[in-house]
Design a protein around this ligand. Structure first.
Ligand code: IMP
Length: 434
């Protein structure tokens, strides 16, 4: 049962698309288990670049079964657009499996996401405005509409009616907007149903069948640890669980089915949207990171906020998700710096924090304590083995590893799949060591 989880350990955008691509050859199934089209996974295959938002990266490979599990929220218009765009490039989505239990993003979710952000003004979260939060909120309130409801016109009509009665009150009375028309939504969504029906299935059963048969199943995370609803920098988070535990609830597998947990970690830190970010650099170093790292969101095109590596948050991610290994990305971006800073702890009102602070206010006001490393000031994109890396880069990697307490097995030195250094063999999971 080789179940492998792959997840971001910072605020998302760590380069999970590249890692999925690298692992794809050995995989049989790739499962998205949380989030929706707020994600943006850039995958470069040969000379082609693909930007996927909702579909699992596994869709690009004919031998892989791509799966959207129950924990995902699905905007069917986006899903079909992505499928059609891939078809134009000769990639078939025929094998795509979609859980009937996944929730639908409805037009009122998108509208309410936008309106709520506008109402919050200065207090806004900086969401992707894709309706993610409102869709998960309806799921928790038990007035969500699921993929399987598309297959039963009567049920879909009833559920839409219940939801829309509340949403139209909100839209008209609170936000002063026009109400939404149930018939128009019904027609639009039942149109999607015809196309989606062949893909709708019991994905939990299919994932277990694959695991039981010894197939390699990759659980592809979206966003990152600090955007986790329960463990991230709430309220500046997304509305799903990005930690390894999210694999269990989102895909319907128990913890024992996950063999390896790979944390994808950027060699510095970025964040999109609002919220605290202790190591953010608002000076020329931050600008250089944006420029060299091409730090613009794949989903919204927003410029990412950039700063130094924060060992406290990655250590926290390693703990909460029981990481077995780390894939370190974009270290080549740091080649331009004479000195490289790493945050090893925070100071707040005379107290030092080496672990993630228990109170939000402390994290908001935390002053990073930096350790400085010598830069290597040379192009390392041609490095393919550990020995090819300059001593200063090796020291940087070894120091991060020590600070985080998890082996760094692979290091990415460029966007292409080949631009990767394999440092250590994949870690044998504890379950297999016994
Ligand atoms: P939402 O997920 O659209 O509700 O946005 C909530 C927060 O998560 C915002 O700060 C977004 O910028 C952030 N976010 C959502 N998806 C991603 C992602 O894939 N990468 C980075 N940030 C994300």
């Amino acid at each position: 049962m080789p179940g492998i989880a792959l997840l971001g350990t910072q605020w998302g955008d760590e380069g999970k698309g590249k890692v999925t691509h690298l692992m794809a050859d050995a995989m049989d199934m790739v499962v998205r288990y949380q989030g929706g089209n707020n994600a943006g996974h850039t995958v470069i295959v040969g000379t082609e670049t693909f930007k996927l938002h909702l579909l699992p990266a596994g869709i690009l490979y004919p031998h892989i079964t791509p799966v959207l599990a129950p924990g995902v929220v699905v905007d069917p218009s986006v899903l079909l657009e992505e499928i059609d765009a891939l078809a134009l490039r000769g990639i078939s989505a025929e094998k795509l499996r979609i859980s009937g239990n996944a929730h639908l993003i409805m037009p009122y979710h998108r509208e309410l996401d936008r309106l709520t952000e506008r109402r919050l003004g200065k207090m806004k979260l900086g969401t992707t405005r894709r309706g993610i939060g409102p869709a998960y909120a309806d799921k928790a309130s038990r007035i969500g509409i699921r993929i399987q409801d598309l297959l039963d016109r009567k049920i879909f009509t009833e559920k839409l009616d219940v939801a829309l009665r509340e949403k139209n009150l909100l839209l008209t009375k609170i936000y002063g907007r026009l109400p939404m028309n149930a018939d128009a939504i019904l027609q639009e969504y039942l149109g999607y149903a015809d196309r989606l029906e062949p893909h709708i299935t019991d994905t939990v059963a299919e994932v277990h069948t694959a695991l039981d048969a010894g197939k390699n199943v990759l659980f592809e995370g979206a966003q990152g640890m600090l955007l986790d609803l329960d463990h991230g920098t709430y309220p500046f988070v997304t509305s799903s669980n990005c930690v390894a535990g999210g694999v269990c609830t989102g895909a319907g597998v128990g913890p024992r089915m996950i063999d390896r947990i790979i944390g994808v970690t950027k060699a510095y830190t970025t964040r999109v949207g609002e919220g605290p970010f202790p190591t953010e650099d608002l000076g020329p170093d931050g600008d250089l990171l944006v420029e060299r790292g091409a730090e613009f969101g794949a989903t919204t095109g927003r410029k990412r906020r950039c700063g130094w590596f924060d060992a406290v948050i990655v250590r926290y991610a390693a703990r909460v998700s029981s990481l077995t290994e780390i894939f370190l990305t974009k270290i080549d971006v740091l080649s331009a710096f004479d000195r490289i800073k790493v945050c090893v702890g925070y100071e707040h009102e005379g107290k030092i924090y080496e672990t993630f602070p228990p109170h939000q206010t402390i994290f908001h006001k935390a002053v990073p304590i930096y350790k400085e490393f010598e830069g290597w000031r040379t192009d390392i994109s041609g490095a393919r083995s550990w020995a090819d890396l300059p001593k200063a880069a090796q020291t940087y990697v070894e120091s991060l590893e020590q600070m985080v307490g998890v082996p760094i097995t692979q290091i990415s030195v460029g966007a292409e799949a080949t631009e990767t250094v394999t440092r250590l063999a994949p870690v044998t999971p504890r379950s297999a060591q016994a």
